[in-house]
Design a protein. Structure first.
Length: 351
């Protein structure tokens, strides 16, 4: 009833924040957050009339879509009264900006609860035919939008928590990483953590978690190692898919997020991807990206003058192409065994 009576406003977290900070004057969202709703036309950077009609949503209930920085709003009331709001970015896009991935073909991977990989594709929206998503990376106040390809992994850091909370193998995710470092490899096992299916690039909701290659040689240390391997195998799949969809060869992988603090994970990622992995001193890049966006709008920062991140750790590949190919081949065999395990509705019951 409230929707029909034009007595409701819909939006995202950023629009709620600005609405309240501005004293309920400005109902806005930036292009990166709007692109997450599936209601925005990526080319026009405005709400899609077809999508709104399909879902039965009135446009006047939605926030006005604005660029990612500029004179967007102003705080009303409180100790920050009068302070300009000059930057708004979605979570993963902010991390991309925090890594200063402003060049076409530059990318970042965030290892959090899940993994989220974004690659800057420049001013051209690249449509994936291999299971990736197209999104807006950012749109500065004086520029056309910059686009990105994105691939996501459902279970990354959450798998380490699963080892702790569900299996009781470790007392903390940190211990899991330490145990993984104590062995030279996974002991021949491959762990596909498809607890809720597989995301990009497979999109197989009927896949389920699988460990293959078990022998009586395998210890908990090997399972911890295979857990880190799984994050990197999945990230490598997305990276290669991005290269195929974009026609560009990626030169490096910039990483952030809690799990990226593990040197072993970064080295495994370098080995499997065949790319240099760069980890900045701070692995929390989202806030930095928001600061960069607002700083450029305020005129105190210029992206062309931003210095390269100092003190980054660089991990280079240390295995051969043949070894990398063999590992990826066995990972694909493990994927094949995980896919189709869950029966469709009405299928055979589990015992």
């Amino acid at each position: 009833a409230a929707h029909e009576d034009d007595n409701i406003l819909l939006g995202t977290v950023d629009s709620w924040l600005v609405w309240n900070l501005s004293g309920k004057k400005d109902h806005i969202t930036d292009v990166t957050n709007a692109s997450r709703t599936l209601l925005m036309n990526l080319q026009q950077c405005d709400w899609s009339e077809d999508a709104l009609r399909f879902f039965g949503i009135k446009k006047n209930a939605l926030p006005r879509i604005v660029r990612s920085n500029g004179s967007l709003s102003q705080v009303s009331g409180g100790v920050l009264d009068g302070v300009a709001i000059q930057g708004i970015l979605g979570d993963q896009q902010a991390a991309l900006v925090g890594h200063q991935c402003f060049g076409k073909g530059e990318m970042k991977n965030t290892y959090g609860t899940g993994c989220f990989m974004l690659m800057n594709t420049g001013k051209t929206k690249v449509s994936s035919s291999r299971g990736l998503l197209s999104t807006v990376a950012y749109q500065w106040s004086d520029e056309a939008p910059t686009y990105a390809l994105e691939g996501s992994i459902a279970a990354a850091g959450s798998t380490l928590s699963w080892l702790q909370n569900n299996l009781g193998l470790v007392k903390s995710p940190i211990e899991a990483c330490e145990l993984a470092e104590s062995v030279k490899d996974s002991g021949g096992i491959f762990f596909v953590p498809a607890f809720s299916g597989l995301f990009a690039p497979h999109w197989k909701p009927n896949a389920r978690g699988t460990i293959v290659g078990l022998t009586d040689y395998v210890r908990r240390e090997h399972i911890c190692r295979a857990t880190l391997d799984a994050m990197c195998f999945q990230s490598t799949e997305i990276l290669r898919t991005m290269e195929l969809d974009s026609g560009m060869e990626l030169k490096f992988v910039r990483v952030d997020g809690g799990v990226s603090k593990s040197d072993l994970l970064c080295q495994i990622q370098a080995n499997l991807s065949g790319k240099n992995v760069e980890r900045p001193p701070s692995t929390e890049l989202t806030a930095k990206g928001a600061v960069i966006a607002a700083g450029m709008a305020a005129g105190v920062l210029c992206k062309d003058d931003l210095e390269e991140v100092q003190g980054s750790s660089v991990f280079s590949p240390s295995i051969s192409h043949q070894e990398r190919t063999a590992l990826m081949r066995n990972w694909n065999r493990a994927i094949e065994r995980a896919v189709g395990w869950a029966e469709p509705a009405g299928g055979a019951p589990s015992t």
